[in-house]
Design a protein around this ligand. Sequence first.
Ligand code: 5AD
Ligand code: SF4
Length: 467
Amino acid sequence: MKTFGCQMNENDSERIVTLLRRQGMTPALSEDVADVVVFNTCTIRENADNRFFGQVNKLRERRAVDSQMRIVVAGCLAQGEQEAIFDRAPHVDIVVGTHALGSIVELLDRSAGEQHVIDVSNTSEALDPLADLSAEPTDGHKAWVTIQTGCDNNCAFCIVPQVRGGEVSRPFQAVVDEVRNLASQGVSEVTLLGQNVNSYGRDLTRRLRAEQTGPTDRGYLTGQVYVSGSIARIRPLFADLLRAVGAVDGIRRVRFTSPHPKDMREETFRAMAESPAVCESLHFPLQSGSDRILAAMHRGYRGARFFEKLLEAREIVPDLAVTTDIIVGFPGETDDDFEATLELVARCEFDSAFTFIYSPRPGTEAGGWRDRFIAPEVIAERFERLKHVTERSAFAKHRERVGRIEEILIDGPSKRDASVASGRTRQNKLVHLAGVDGERERGSYVQARIVDASAHFLHGEVLRVRA
Ligand code: 5AD
Ligand code: SF4
């Protein structure tokens, strides 16, 4: 199983693995010995596409001599390119889109007698599109929980609505039940996933109002909180879901990603502050600091409004860490636009920022604005300047942690040094702990004093194991 892209894809890969395990398959050590290689693809930027084609092409020779082996291409690029995947990589056996993961076993069966098998349909009418697609978590102590699929926005740069479809919220009770089930298996941290998590429930409200559902479904769709209310007042909201998930026995940490700044409401910040399990960590994607570019992107907010919401979040949720996404070189971005981004980013003092070079995506609105594309050397220079500003604030934020005592959830041994354990604070900062057996303490909570900081991680000394 090879996964590209975001956490949503990681979670989908867990579903695929769970489906294949039920068929008696076991994960292979490498693609060189696997009977079935599944690529779960991403197409958010061109380099994601290229990395996938590079990797799948490496299997061409082996596939040519191994008639039993199967190559499956799943996910966003599969949904976007459809049959065209076979044109560029004819040795691929199966293409399965983002809505059809559940048919993967049937497609493997079909591919015994057919050369190129494809399912990119989106026909599910089920109340919960993921009902039959459970995901066993890869880590025993942490799990992703998809609460919503697709996106109803139309950011001019973004391919996601094309390849993931419109927003579909999973029923409130289905999410809470899944979290309960995970907690009963020892999971203590969940991350709620969606393309636009804080518009969670908008479509459920529409479905309820259209009375497409019977009374039994109603409780399932909205959770117990709303069952007794009149239908006109029923409004399952992300803030309620945060509280409900945070109240599940055994859950010590709740995270979520990603919200859209335009839909971020005070009630969500309140739920974060008032639910002890919900972590002090917020991913808040700015994209640009120029009002002109934000408007061209159709982001639905101006820089000043974003900043106000950020201040509100920090006021309501004490000790909040905020991360962001920024795109450099969106078509038409002038020097002044970029200066506005630098200025706002500096003012926001993000804990960290994911910075991306704009990548034209076929079929998106901005992908057609060729006459406004920015020269690569201009973008490269802007990118470096932006990185300087974001790293400065990341480092400053990390330095502020030195001397503090933090709760750390241990993820395992550090990748570089087995005598060091790595984990995350509630603010989601990576901490290395020397002299801790990461293998043994995987999944435990420890108290540690932060003793040193760099721009990307912290060093801590454990005070108490199993906090
Ligand atoms: N080019 C560059 N970055 C992009 N993103 C989305 N689409 C593009 C694109 N075409 C970035 C946005 C988003 C993050 C997940 O990826 O910043 O928030
Ligand atoms: Fe893309 Fe905007 Fe949807 Fe995020 S919210 S996935 S940026 S369209």
